[in-house]
Design a protein around this ligand. Structure first.
Ligand code: SIN
Length: 283
């Protein structure tokens, strides 16, 4: 293998260099990159100049495209979402609260791939939290308590007709399609087992997990708040600092992420693709 890998010291992330993602990858590379991605949560490829087609072609070597609900994809590229926040925008950054992408879907995406086009001179980092390590560190009692519990996942807080995006006053370039469909929900195990690595992780997030099946609101919000506080401790977080033309691919099964602001007055432009996943596997 002639590409180079450098692990991040923060227990999430591996940087992969000396590789050109604009060209089809040999099968052996795809296998190795898949392995690096699932074992490190985030695979980071700096200096990748990619046309829209080359970006989509790269992505589909790792699986089928996911389904993008509630946000508009590019007209010319139905699988790419353009995340543009103009210098004049004052709206909150899209994806600015901890979440795992589209966890309310029956089979939430395995990967999200982000390609950076315009990076502001300050702010605009993406943060990742290791939900597998967070699970591993739970006390034996808490692990037992949550083993057979199911989280209720729904898109209603951000995307319902009375949700966050529908009610915001600030203008946003990204087209959000708030809908009654956001009120639907799916139930997923609180602890999921990774299809490839068999690693267990906490599969809950503050944006889409709105309750725990069979528990009162008070009981479930108390438990979820406790778990969210645990999962977002500094020791589980990797802060990704962007450069233009960087491609990163993360595993929604073992990391949560959030987009940080702090770049008002500057443009930020990213292109995003998700890859289809599977129904979360129970322990
Ligand atoms: C997202 O949540 O998909 C957006 C992440 C980012 O823009 O940094």
């Amino acid at each position: 293998m002639d590409f180079t890998t450098t692990k991040s010291p923060s227990k999430i992330g591996v940087e992969i260099t000396n590789i050109n993602l604009a060209e089809p990858l040999p099968k052996v590379y795809i296998k190795k990159i898949h392995e690096l991605w699932v074992n490190n949560g985030v695979a980071i490829f700096p200096n990748q100049m990619l046309s829209h087609n080359a970006y989509a072609d790269f992505a589909k070597q790792f699986g089928l495209f996911g389904t993008e609900p509630f946000i508009e994809t590019m007209k010319s590229q139905p699988h790419i979402v353009e995340l543009r926040r103009k210098a004049s925008e004052t709206s909150s950054p899209f994806g600015g609260t901890w979440h795992s992408d589209w966890s309310f879907q029956n089979a939430p995406p395995s990967a999200t791939i982000l390609h950076s086009k315009i990076i502001p001179p300050i702010g605009g980092d993406t943060l990742f939290a290791n939900t597998a390590l967070a699970y591993k560190d739970l006390s034996k009692d808490l692990k037992e308590k949550i083993t057979n519990l199911d989280g209720i996942h729904s898109a209603k807080l951000p995307y319902a007709k009375d949700g966050f995006y529908a009610l915001e006053n600030e203008k946003r370039t990204l087209k959000i399609k708030s809908s009654d469909k956001a009120n639907k929900y799916n139930v997923h195990p609180l602890i999921r087992v990774h299809k490839s690595t068999k690693v267990k992780s906490l599969f809950i997030n503050p944006v889409y997990t709105i309750g725990i099946d069979g528990m009162s609101n008070l009981e479930s919000s108390t438990l979820l708040t406790k778990l969210f506080e645990h999962m977002t401790q500094e020791k589980y977080i990797y802060r990704h600092k962007w450069q233009p033309n960087m491609l990163i691919m993360w595993d929604n099964r073992t990391v949560m992420h959030m987009a940080e602001g702090g770049y008002d007055g500057h443009e930020r432009l990213m292109h995003r693709i998700t890859l289809a996943g599977e129904e979360p596997i129970r322990i």
